[in-house]
Ligand binder design. Sequence first.
Ligand code: NAI
Ligand code: MG
Length: 358
Amino acid sequence: SAPRTFRIAAIPADGVGAEVVAAGRAVLDALAQSSGGAWTFDWTEFPWGCGYYEKTGRMMDEDGLKILEGFDAIYFGAVGWPSVPDHVSLWGLRLRICQNFDQWANVRPVHFHPGVTSPLRKADDTALDWVVVRENSEGEYAGLGGRNLSGRGPGNEVALQTSLFTERGCERIIRFAFDLARTRPRRKVSSVTKSNAQQYGMVLWDEVFARVAEDYPDVETESVLVDAMSAKFVLHPEELSVVVASNLNADILSDLGSALAGSLGLAASANLNPQRRFPSMFEPVHGSAPDIAGLGLANPIGAIGSAALMLDHFGLADEAARVRKAIERTTASGVLTRDVGGTAGTDEVVAAVIEHLA
Ligand code: NAI
Ligand code: MG
């Protein structure tokens, strides 16, 4: 039969984004080569990002979304550079794609790698592994609000940044979290809000959580306030399996999780449109890391792990497992970048992962 071709739009964007996207592509291409021609990846790379903005005044092509719609997936690096205000670059590219393609479920595994020292002593003798499920279409990042609303003049400016919580939006992400919990060894969902202080949107979330939980009697549940959950990540991480939270809270918690696992550079992420009406987008959790960009020092594990999530999305579960195994073997063998205490460059880690694919 004809080889199956997956069309992937690569958007390295800024800083270390270019280095880690190249890393993930190299691993996927090596994997495809060893598939005996059963399937191939057809890459198209787009030059969007802050450099593109400096030339054109836009973060992406005007027709960018139309162009991306035809792809099976988007493989993204990181956006942001000191030459462009962060809210302009983020909204102009990454959030534009996430929101217009209704990628409402952002899945962010917190995974501990062999050979990587965690700042958590518990990680030494406990198997730790959980997933942050982030509501990715509304909440605190709905973009609602405005500035200079009072008209009261200099020194008296008033700005509003309004959160949006819809019953449908809460329900779909909470159901997604429960369905994910059923696929994991520990069937448990922890819901995170700040409903004691945010009495409208987050109380709605809590109520939807309690209602949806009734449909999953086989899944343990808990509702935890976000400040308490941040403490729990550090003190009782062994009690976590699936953690579902709003856009901002989950953004913060997933950085905390990846730092506990050893580095921001390790963490993978999938922005999913579960109905598959639009392409989903796979990217490392970290940003463009201007402090190490261009030096060949970036940890590519987060981006390679994101490529594995993309393989899962394509239905290539065995191949995703192969990539994960190769990552484990690489970290266990001590081939580590500087952020996790090693001396290897990005290229050496990529070469080791490819070698361990075999
Ligand atoms: P950052 O994630 O870029 O960097 C934070 C720290 O982690 C830095 O010390 C950096 O060197 C380190 N780090 C990050 N990725 C690494 C990797 N792969 N290997 C080794 N070390 C790594 O976050 P920061 O500094 O707050 O933001 C920098 C820029 O990135 C900003 O413009 C920000 O808006 C943007 N950003 C973009 C994101 C995205 O595209 N999804 C997410 C977060 C930030
Ligand atoms: Mg973040």
